[in-house]
Every structure is written in structure tokens, then in C-alpha cells.
Design a protein around this ligand. Sequence first.
Ligand code: OGA
Ligand code: MN
Length: 301
Amino acid sequence: MQPTITPLDATLGASITDIDLANLNEDTWAIVEDAFHEYAALVFPEQNLTDEAQIAFANRFGDMEILRDDPNAKAVNITNQKPDGSILQPDEHRYQALRGNEGWHTDSSYMPLAAKASILAALTVPSAGGETAVADMRAAYDDLDQDMKDRIEGLSAHHSLYQSQAKIGHIVETGAGYGYHDKGAPLRPLVNIHPVTGRKSLFIGRHAYSIPGMDDGEAQELLDELLDFACQPPRTYFHSWRPGDVFMWDNRCTLHAARPYDYGEARIMRHTRIAGDPVSELVATGRDARAADFVPSSTNR
Ligand code: OGA
Ligand code: MN
């Protein structure tokens, strides 16, 4: 069976059919990996993967990111339904985290090692809404005018989950990796170069908030302007889920966002997140830089 690749009606994305992700051979895997690099977002309708099959497919792309909530878990459910079957309420921490996912973002950019790719599988979907949107930051960069390209060349932004959640009125716990904020948060160039394709893309999103050398207000205005421009048609695709669908994106050159739905209904998505490559996705944090200032004096003797 040869997979069929159908480009989506956007500058990114393709739907791949005539494929069984639970039974890939090396030839089919090579086709998927090439399509991932070319299209940056892939839809695989009606796969109905088990946990194990989703993890095995994710592992084709690389190692799983360690998930803080459960370091042994390789797949987590991104869901508003609690283990006892009840639905999260607005005053609960996880509810606020899910609302945060509704802002355009790229996964783990606030961690020292940003994510390579994320894979979502729909287990339970609400009756309306709850799509997942993705936006092409390669085309967004290409489509900037030359003045803007010149303006952002060489600039970097700090990325912080503390800041992005604070903007929606949610204060997250600091420490244990999520706690990088202020000027200690990971600093990432606004223009990213893809480690495989070499293509430039805008590296922005809700976690980006402060640009060294620029006043914070001015930086926020610039970041908002870039985000508003970037996440517009024809650079966006909205996936309307059916249970069993698999949708994945390249965090190095896209942004994504969940769409609202009736929060009284259950929405259960199984998420596997592939860690970035330290060569291209690891950056120092200010915390590390400060630590380097405190080298014990004995080592200088
Ligand atoms: C995520 C995420 C979007 C969605 O799991 O990282 O942003 O549609 N999910 O649930
Ligand atoms: Mn996400």
C-alpha cells in the first residue's frame, strides 16, 4: 500500500491516507519523514492508535520529552475530563493550562530544550469547536517585508510559561524547569533556521515576551504585530477532529493553538512530545549564565 499525500489548502500541511501508522515499514516511514519536513504539519485521518502504537510512531522521530507531571509517562492526555469522569472547573489549575493552549504557541519553547514535534490523537471530541489550528512560520517569515526582516535580524526573545500564563491571569508555580522567568528565561532568536531544511522561520508565539536591547512594552508590540501578521490565511489550517485522527506538527517552524468549545463537554486528546535536538533546540537560560558567574574561586587559582 502506497500512502497518498494530499496537500492542505494552506502554505503548510498535508493529509496522508492509505497508511497505517501502527504498521510502518521503512519505505513508508521515509515517505512520512520527508513529508514532515516538506509540509511541517501532517494529518492522518482515522488511525485509532493505541497508546503503545502512538508512542512507537513518535519514537521514530526521536526521544520523548520528559513530562514533568509524570516523568515515566510517554503519552499524556490533554483533557478537561478528570480521572473520576467529572469535568474541570474554571478555578482549577489544569483548566487554566488548557485555556493557555488556546493562544498561538510552540511547545516547550520556555524550557532550555524546546520540542521538535508534537503528535495529538483524538480520543473524545466535543460536538462543536475544539479544533486544533496550526500556522506556518516559514511562510510568515518569507512574507514579511524587507524592512521587517532587517528589523528582526539578530534579535532574540525570552520565552516564559510564567509570563504567558500570567497574561491570561494564571500564576503558575515556579521552579522545576517551568520556573524560568524574568531575564532568566530561555533566549531564542526571532528567526529560526530549520536544522534539516535550512529554511528560515519566525520563532514567536505566546511564550515570547521580552527582547534584550528593547523596552519590554516596545518588544511586546513588535511580538504582537508579528504574531497577528503570521497567523493569517493562507498560512493557517484548522483541523476539525474526528475520534481516531492523528495530527502532528513541527514545533521548530510552526505555531499551534486549540480552539474553544463548550467546556462542559469532554475533550480528550492523547499527546506525545518529541524532544528537540540539543544541537539546534537547546539554549542557555539566564539562570545558567548567572550560575557561571559563581564559579568557586578555588577553580581560578
Ligand atoms: C498541546 C496543545 C492543542 C489542542 O497539546 O500542546 O497545544 O488542540 N494542544 O489540544
Ligand atoms: Mn501545545
